[in-house]
Each structure stands twice: as structure tokens, then as C-alpha cells.
Design a binder for this molecule. Structure first.
Ligand code: FRU
Length: 517
């Protein structure tokens, strides 16, 4: 999403002083002065087990890939301020998708290059045993050449390629010229970005996100023999183009950003992000014509989760990562010195009827610490006492709740331990047995007769990721006040008899402090 405050920062930013490597020890290794490192390390709103850079701004996950024994995660990064702008590619590695080590910036804008004003999002591919990155380069341009025109400056996007022979993927060489210089001839676009290639038969194929004048968001399909020379084939998907009618309101600035297209559960799945939300479509790809016929569609996550990217893990699971943006005012996160984090890795699957499902990757379970479980009795007061005694220390925990859908409504709320703030409300109303309300937003959860409503929650500093029966996801930001971390408690309204089981785990931090390295 490059509109609003993010766009206007592109040219003349940097309200926050740049951090330099003057500190010692750990602070120095991540390039922060001690005082800044201390402040960030003790900020209770920073997560303990979600990935984020040690300081400053991040947005989209880029080019996640497992290569040569390591998971690599790149991401949109402003190394100089906690606001969007001057896009670089940050880089981190992991052996388990949970514990991360920060690596140096992988891609930076090249003065006078096609990416002079930013290295935007992209994807990795493996060609002849070596990783290449395809990404969008951005530079300012006259209005007739621009592909982004709705800001103070007009910008030209082109698709670029970088190679590496470094097994650690630290150093990259960019091809000097873009591999795709312009959008398809004659197409009036707003936005032309976020390439995502894959190998199929004798060809490389690639989707690129765009918005077409008076038509709205679309996904362009290209093919290539060598990842360098590309031929535009057709529009793979777009508003009202794949057989499914778009239900969201038409916005002339709509761009379908960060498209991803892959096979899953015997079908093909398209994922794209637009106007703050990630959508999916599933259906059939005709391999002869490369036309996509969508059959079902939905929302990947209703909350603060955007610009998702996928990768395969070592077992061939399709993992999805999303950018978790801030929902507090820009002045607040600028002052905090950091903004944005990565979602936990989620495994995507497709139900027999073609609905996209997601669950948190099993690797995250390794972080479970102290377990609290309630032993339900016939005594309502005693049950309530047990629920009220549950605590998540320092807002770093996991909750798994299996609920019976009886004739009684119920609500599960997460609150500060002193009860002064309620951070999340999940409600069930038996009048609407096929939905659950997540902070007043009703979302469909279709369950078989007698099946329990399974709510799985991950709480971390200032984020709560909620999954309901793997069918719906809701990533919620909340901002505890004050300089110290707080504990969290659960509040249950309704009959405890509706609870089949309720378990709470403390989750261990992934690093010695909140600098995530
Ligand atoms: C999505 C996005 C992408 C773009 C990047 C720029 O959040 O707008 O389309 O490549 O962010 O940072």
C-alpha cells in the first residue's frame, strides 16, 4: 500500500535521527547506539517472538526462501527511520522459521539506477542451483513515463533482477537494466510491481501486480525461458475477470499488490493484497492456455496483516508470511523508533471444497513454556475462579480454547491483568451458529454439527494473532500503556459449560532482549 502517509514520505523523509554503530557488544553488532538499543530492548510493546528488525521501519516480507540449510527472510526496510520510505531489503536467517539472526541489508537503492528511489517488493527463485531475486525498482520520472502518479512525485516502476553466488545470500549483483522496463503496451496502469516467478514445465512464469485505469486491480501474467527476457501473456486475474465478481467497493486507485500464484491441494491459489487486506482465490489453471478459472474466494486475514508472501518449507508445506503494520498514529511509532513486524509463519492448506485454511507452523510450538489448563467442574463459580486466575506474563503467550456451540451466547475477552483495558473480544451468538465475531466484526466459520469452535490465539507485546478453526484469521494490534510490560488475563462471559477445554501457555522469547537477534 503506497498511498497516504507512506507515499508522501518517499521523497523527503527522515524525521528520526539515523542510528549509527557507536555502541558496544550486542548493540554494536546490530548497528545501534547503546542508548537506542536499551530503549528498544525494553519497549514492552515490541514483540518477544515475532520477527522484526532491531530498529526502524519494516513492511512487506520479500523473497522468503529455504536455501542451503537456512530459511532466509528479506523484507521492505527503511534503515534510517521508523517511517516508510527509502526502501531497502533487510535480511535475516533462521534454521527453524522462529529464531532469527539479522544479516546486513541485502539490497539498497543505486544512485542513478532504475531503483534510485527504492527497491520494492519481490520474490526469490532458484536457477541452476543459484538464487536470483526479482524485485521492483522505483525512480522518479516525468508524468508520461510514471506508473505511480497519485503522489507529490511521479514514479516509474520497472522489474529488475539481482543474482548471487554467495551461499549465505548476503551479497547481490544487480543487472544494470530492468528485465521488464514498461507495463504491457497500450495498458494504462496505476502501479506495476511485485514480481513473483515460478517454474512450470519448460517455462518460467511470473505474475506482476497492477491496477488498470477504470477497471481496478489486476494480475499480469508473463513467461520467460531464462528469467531475463519476458513476454506478456495475458491478465491472469482481476476485478470481475476470473469468473468471480468482486464484492469490495471499486476504488480507482486500487492496485492488486504482491500477487502470488501456486498449486495447493490439487487446485491453484492466487493471493493478492489491496487496500489494506489480503485476498485469496482458488480454482483451476488450464495449463494449455494458462488461463485461471477461479471458483472460490475469501480473505486471508481480516486484521493487521498485509502484503503476504509464501514459500515452501523443508517438508513442502506452503508457508505464508504477512506484514503486521502499526495501527497507532505515525507520531507514536516514529517516537518509538520502530514500526511493523512479521506475522508468525502460517501453513496454508486447501479444504476439500476449495477454501483456503491456515494454521500456525508447528515450529512455533517449541516456544511453549509453563502450561495452565482449567479443570472444569459442575460449579460455575469455581470455573470462573479458575479462568480468572489464568495469567499470561508480559503479554507473551498462547491460548487454545475449544468451545461448544450450545444455545448460550458467550464472549472471551483478553484484558490487562488489572482489568483497566480490554484488548480483544471474541463472541459467539447462537442465532448465528456459522459465524464468530472478532472485535465486533462477524466472520463466517462453517462447522459440522457438534464440531467445536476452536480459537487459537498468540499474544505478543502489541499483537494478537487469532485463528478460528483454521478458517479465519484476525491479526489485532493493541498498545499497552506505560514503560513496563503488563500481564494479561482472560475474561469469560457465559456458561463455563460451553468450554470443552481451555489451555494457556507462556511463550518463551526468541532472543535475550527485544532486539530479535
Ligand atoms: C505493499 C507495497 C508493495 C510495494 C512495497 C513498497 O505494502 O506497497 O506493493 O512493493 O509495499 O514498500
Amino acid at each position: 500500500m503506497i498511498h497516504g502517509d507512506r507515499r508522501s514520505f518517499l521523497s523527503g523523509l527522515l524525521g528520526v535521527a539515523a542510528f549509527s554503530a557507536t555502541g558496544m557488544g550486542r548493540a554494536a553488532t546490530i548497528g545501534l547506539p547503546l542508548e537506542a538499543a536499551d530503549r528498544l530492548a525494553s519497549d514492552p510493546r515490541r514483540p518477544q517472538y515475532h520477527f522484526l528488525p532491531a530498529a526502524n521501519w519494516m513492511n512487506d516480507p520479500n523473497a522468503p526462501i529455504y536455501f542451503s540449510g537456512k530459511f532466509h527472510l528479506f523484507y521492505q526496510y527503511n534503515p534510517n527511520a521508523a517511517v516508510w520510505g527509502d526502501m531497502h531489503w533487510g535480511h535475516a536467517i533462521s534454521t527453524d522459521m522462529v529464531h532469527w539472526k539479522h544479516f546486513p541489508v541485502a539490497l539498497a537503492p543505486t544512485a542513478d539506477g532504475p531503483d534510485a528511489d527504492g527497491c520494492f517488493s519481490g520474490t526469490a527463485a532458484v536457477q541452476d542451483g543459484q538464487v536470483v531475486i526479482l524485485y521492483t525498482a522505483v525512480h522518479s520520472a516525468s508524468e508520461d513515463l510514471a506508473t505511480i502518479k497519485d503522489g507529490p512525485r511521479s514514479m516509474k516502476e520497472s522489474q529488475c533482477l539481482a543474482t548471487t553466488s554467495d551461499p549465505e545470500l548476503k551479497t547481490w549483483s544487480k543487472l544494470a537494466a530492468p528485465i521488464i522496463q514498461n507495463p504491457p503496451a497500450g495498458m494504462q496502469v496505476n502501479g506495476f510491481r511485485d514480481p513473483s516467478p515460478w517454474r512450470q514445465g519448460d517455462w518460467w512464469y511470473m505474475v506482476v501486480g497492477t491496477g488498470i485505469a477504470n477497471e481496478g486491480g489486476a494480475v499480469l501474467l508473463y513467461r520467460s525461458k531464462d528469467l531475463r527476457g519476458w513476454e506478456f501473456m495475458h491478465i491472469l486475474a482481476g476485478r470481475n475477470r476470473t469468473g468471480l465478481k468482486s464484492t469490495d467497493a471499486f476504488d480507482p486507485w486500487e492496485v492488486w499488490e504482491c500477487p502470488e500464484f501456486f498449486s495447493l491441494g490439487g487446485k491453484h491459489v492466487l493471493i493478492y493484497s489491496t487496500l489494506g487486506r489480503v485476498y485469496w482465490q482458488s480454482g483451476e489453471l488450464d495449463p494449455a492456455t494458462m488461463k485461471f478459472h477461479a471458483e472460490r474466494s475469501g480473505v486471508v486475514d481480516y486484521g493487521s496483516f498485509y502484503a503476504a508472501k509464501t514459500q515452501l518449507d523443508t517438508a513442502g508445506n506452503r508457508i505464508i508470511w504477512g506484514w503486521v503494520p502499526e495501527t497507532r498514529p505515525v507520531e507514536e511509532y516514529k517516537a518509538a523508533g520502530w514500526a511493523g513486524m512479521m506475522s508468525l509463519p502460517r501453513v496454508l492448506t486447501l479444504s476439500a471444497d476449495g477454501r483456503l485454511k491456515s494454521s500456525i507452523a508447528a515450529e512455533v510450538r517449541a516456544l511453549r513454556g509453563r502450561e495452565q489448563r482449567i479443570g472444569l467442574t459442575g460449579d460455575e463459580d469455581e470455573n470462573q475462579r479458575q479462568i480468572q486466575a489464568l495469567r499470561i506474563e508480559g503479554c507473551s503467550g498462547e491460548i487454545l480454547c475449544k468451545l461448544r456451540r450450545t444455545k448460550e451466547p458467550f464472549q472471551l475477552a483478553l484484558q490487562s491483568a488489572d482489568g483497566s483495558a480490554t484488548w480483544l473480544r471474541l463472541k459467539y451468538d447462537p442465532h448465528y451458529p456459522d459465524q464468530v465475531s472478532l472485535d465486533s466484526r462477524p466472520v463466517p466459520v462453517v462447522l459440522a454439527e457438534g464440531e467445536t469452535l476452536d480459537l487459537h490465539l498468540y499474544v505478543d507485546g502489541s499483537v494478537i494473532e487469532v485463528l478460528a478453526n483454521q478458517q479465519q484469521a484476525w491479526t489485532r494490534r493493541f498498545y499497552p500503556v506505560g514503560p513496563h510490560s503488563q500481564d494479561m488475563r482472560l475474561q469469560w462471559t457465559g456458561k463455563a459449560a460451553s468450554i470443552e477445554s481451555l489451555t494457556v501457555w507462556q511463550i518463551s522469547p526468541i532472543s535475550a532482549d527485544r532486539l530479535t537477534t
